[in-house]
Design a protein around this ligand. Structure first.
Ligand SMILES: *Cc1c(COP(=O)(O)O)cnc(C)c1O
Length: 503
């Protein structure tokens, strides 16, 4: 830790005469950030919400303080309860935000303050960095890019950068709505009964349901049964025939948010197209983007290039600090369906703001991915994903070798859902209620302790105990590149010990 810097006259904005002091200040910040991310623990403190509330909800200060004092206060009152997703004990989720090149991009985007809304006067070069990133993502997922010299405006690009999969999915559903009922942007919704969305039962992400409500389609989610966390294609066909004329979109998960199972994308594509060509096909590849990065997995997303739109979340699978997502559309002209026009701004060919519904001024989020991809190249990205797969493979071995643990999915990516089974449970007639209660108790204990982190959610049983029963498993993810063998054995030993305790 560097010694605190005392500024006699704290500069409140950047001035050339204070350059050296500012350098010292920002150096201290970088040290703070590195110390935070490199600490082993997930949390340094676990205060109750009311305690944090009473510490932090203070009146607006009358007088200002030197920035050093503000930093000291932050370190004392805020930072200890910040979750460190880069801790090797953080084993429940994907986003570590630890990529060096992406952190460089993130810091530089703060400093350069480009507004990714207009090209000519807001982000002259930044606009083309963002377009380059969109073209890389499109290429990885099997969408065709226009030739560079034919890329004459934003309408030739076919996608937009957003701050999350939720917004990307929402824009996709708006495209589906406009495709099904052209002119809705102008006239509003006249017949909501034509605007339902088909999703797989029990494994969908809430963003699709919320998107429907946000864009005025009401609550018209049609859920279809699954087999092994993928659509039961026969059930899907029955549903499409029964709901003929009322479905605007079918959503398929290239990596659902629970077990990250990759849908049979070609199967869904061919079936939907054969029943009704006008249905919008959307692939949510927030997690599945990882498949596009290595030849070892790319076959799993065969057929994704035939979908009308794809959501990806580099902040989930590429170590990119929050936030960065993109929506890609197969036919770039489709973005015109949800375009914004204004005489204030965006009267130019490459103004990205025309293709970003719900967003005005926009930070240069894409610079993080641009730097990351440049730093890794295709081979480096493949190596990163393959190392994570290796960690995951090792973890599944350990789960399978443990007499008290049962694994619930065959990982396509890095997610492993598993449960502790109490010793007295008869596996011939398992008491699912009791198994759930014990696993919920294990998770509660882990959260309260704050040392190890695994995720928990509801999951339809694919047939491990009783097909279709609702399970509350623990979920491991092998994303974090700081994970070593002793973390894998350590967390499983801890789960088993807690399980014995909770029985
Ligand atoms: C996380 C997730 C989303 C939402 O993404 P955010 O970036 O959190 O907005 C959408 N779909 C799936 C499958 C996800 O896992």
């Amino acid at each position: 830790m560097t010694t605190p810097l005392v500024l006699d006259q704290p500069p409140r904005h950047l001035t050339a005469e204070h350059r050296e002091e500012l350098r010292g200040l920002f150096t201290r910040l970088i040290d703070l950030g590195l110390d935070f991310k490199l600490q082993d623990s997930v949390f340094q403190a676990r205060r109750q919400p009311f305690e944090l509330r009473d510490t932090l909800l203070v009146p607006l200060p009358e007088e200002g303080s030197p920035i050093e004092a503000v930093l000291d206060e932050f370190v004392r009152d805020v930072l200890p309860d910040c979750k460190n997703e880069n801790s090797p004990f953080f084993l429940g989720f994907g986003d570590t935000g630890d990529d060096v090149a992406a952190l460089c991009g993130g810091l530089l985007s703060l400093f350069t303050q480009q507004n990714l809304i207009n090209q000519s006067f807001d982000s002259p070069s930044g606009t083309f960095v963002e377009i380059a990133v969109l073209r890389w993502l499109r290429g990885l997922l099997g969408y065709r890019n226009s030739a560079v010299e034919r890329t004459e405006s934003i309408w030739d690009v076919g996608g937009c950068v957003t701050h999350g999969g939720t917004l990307s999915n929402t824009i996709a559903m708006m495209l589906a709505r406009e495709h099904r009922a052209p002119g809705t942007m102008e006239h509003g919704i006249t017949d909501p009964s034509k605007l339902s969305i088909v999703v797989p039962r029990g494994i969908g992400h809430y963003s699709v349901k919320s998107a429907m409500a946000w864009i005025g389609c009401g609550s018209r989610l049609v859920e279809v049964d699954t087999i092994d966390f993928r659509y039961d294609l026969r059930a899907l066909e029955r549903t499409l025939r029964k709901e003929a004329g009322s479905v605007m979109a079918v959503v398929a998960y290239a990596g659902d948010s629970r077990t990250h199972t990759i849908e049979n994308l070609s199967g869904v594509h061919d079936l939907v197209r054969s029943v009704d060509e006008s249905i919008w096909l959307h692939a949510d590849a927030c997690w599945g983007l990882a498949c596009a990065l290595t030849d070892k997995l790319s076959h799993k997303i065969d057929g994704i290039g035939g979908f009308d739109s794809i959501t990806v979340d580099p902040h989930k699978v590429m170590g990119i600090p929050y936030a960065l997502s993109a929506l890609l559309v197969r036919d770039p002209a489709h973005m015109r369906m949800v375009a914004s026009y204004s005489d204030l701004i965006m009267q130019e060919d490459f103004a990205i703001g025309q293709t970003t519904p719900f967003i005005g001024s926009k930070a240069w989020m894409s610079l993080k991915l641009w730097m990351m991809v440049k730093a890794y190249g295709r081979s480096g990205l493949a190596a990163m994903v393959e190392r994570r797969l290796e960690t995951t493979r090792r973890f599944t071995e350990l789960v399978d070798a443990s007499p008290r643990l049962v694994r619930l999915n065959d990982p396509d990516l890095t997610a492993v859902a598993f449960m502790y089974v109490p010793a007295d449970v008869d596996l011939a007639a398992p008491d699912v209620d009791r198994i759930n209660k014990v696993n919920q108790a294990i998770h509660d204990r882990m959260l309260a302790e704050g040392t190890w982190h695994l995720h928990q959610f509801s999951l339809p049983d694919k047939g491990t105990f009783y097909r279709g029963a609702t399970l509350y498993p623990l979920r491991f993810m092998g994303q974090n590149l700081r994970i070593e063998e002793h973390h894998l054995t350590g967390v499983l030993d801890h789960v088993t010990a807690l399980g014995r305790d909770c029985e």
